[in-house]
Write a protein that binds this ligand. Sequence first.
Ligand code: SAH
Length: 344
Amino acid sequence: MNIYGITREKLENYFIEIGEKKFKALQIYEWLYDKRVTSFFEMTNIKKELQSKLAEDFSFDMISIQKKQQDKLTSKYLFKLSDNNFVEAVLMEHDYGLSVCVSSEVGCNMGCTFCESGRLKKIRNLEAYEMVEQILLIEQDIKKRISSVVIMGIGEPLDNYDNVLDFIKIINDPKGITIGARHITLSTCGLIPKIKELMNETLQINLAISLHASNNELRNKLMPINKTYNMCQLIDTIKEYIAKTNRRVTIEYVMLNSVNDSESCALELATLLKGMNVYVNLIPYNETNHLEYKKSDSKTIMKFYDTLKKKGINVTIRKEFGSKIDAACGQLRSKEVELWKVFI
Ligand code: SAH
């Protein structure tokens, strides 16, 4: 097992199982995430025999940075995994700090028709350590600490539930990477059973739902997942989530020219969300070469925004990051896939 993929609780259980005190887990975490050592033999408060035992049971294998592309406030990292698969993460500089958008799977099976990342079908889940290491390697590269994490890169995080949850626990741990739960956002296309599971975890993270449509018919066309879990069920689940967790939920709505950006869509969306503790994040669509969708013009986006506002819905327009380096939402990985196909 990779040491960066184990939660503190699981590490405590490991120590108990081998007849050691569980506080050793805390000591290991301090070495890993505070002092950032990369070998058990540097952990001087751990006795020699135990260091050797740990070295037998856990590895420090790292994914590696294959390539980095930079635009003013955005850097995109291409990571190579040990089985020669690739995923990407994006670092963004905001006025309030540094955030990283991590990938959760190699490829994605959700098949949203407007999303470039999903053109590559899912090859496998990412292990928790492969998500943790995306952050560790970026922090090491820029010599600064990350303040927030969004799980919005390649993949559907709730389709890799257990590993994503371990990842969240590790980065959120006050002795781990110490990213506050309120600075962690998980974005999903709406896997209802998993949203229900998530609401019972008592995590204070932010949940974002990729809604992207104002009615079932439209959503069916954009997001195949809607045929399994339809919008009415999804809205009910979001209401349940809000009631249970007392947390405001983000509704993501990508603005596609002449598809879902009309005045009537805005009104329909406002009716749907009326009275719910949500805020809508309008996402200017990032066009890609392979897909026909076009972005809504800024006037249309502003009008949609105004209509929602007038109807009393909280709404913001997402700041665009990284479209020049194909690092924006939905653009990750496709170019690289093509590039790497040439070599593999
Ligand atoms: N599978 C998860 C997280 C990954 S996608 C989810 O569906 O939420 C992150 C967000 O980017 C989603 O809201 C997704 O719908 C959106 N997105 C996908 N392609 C996009 C594009 N080309 N332009 C803008 N947003 C896009």
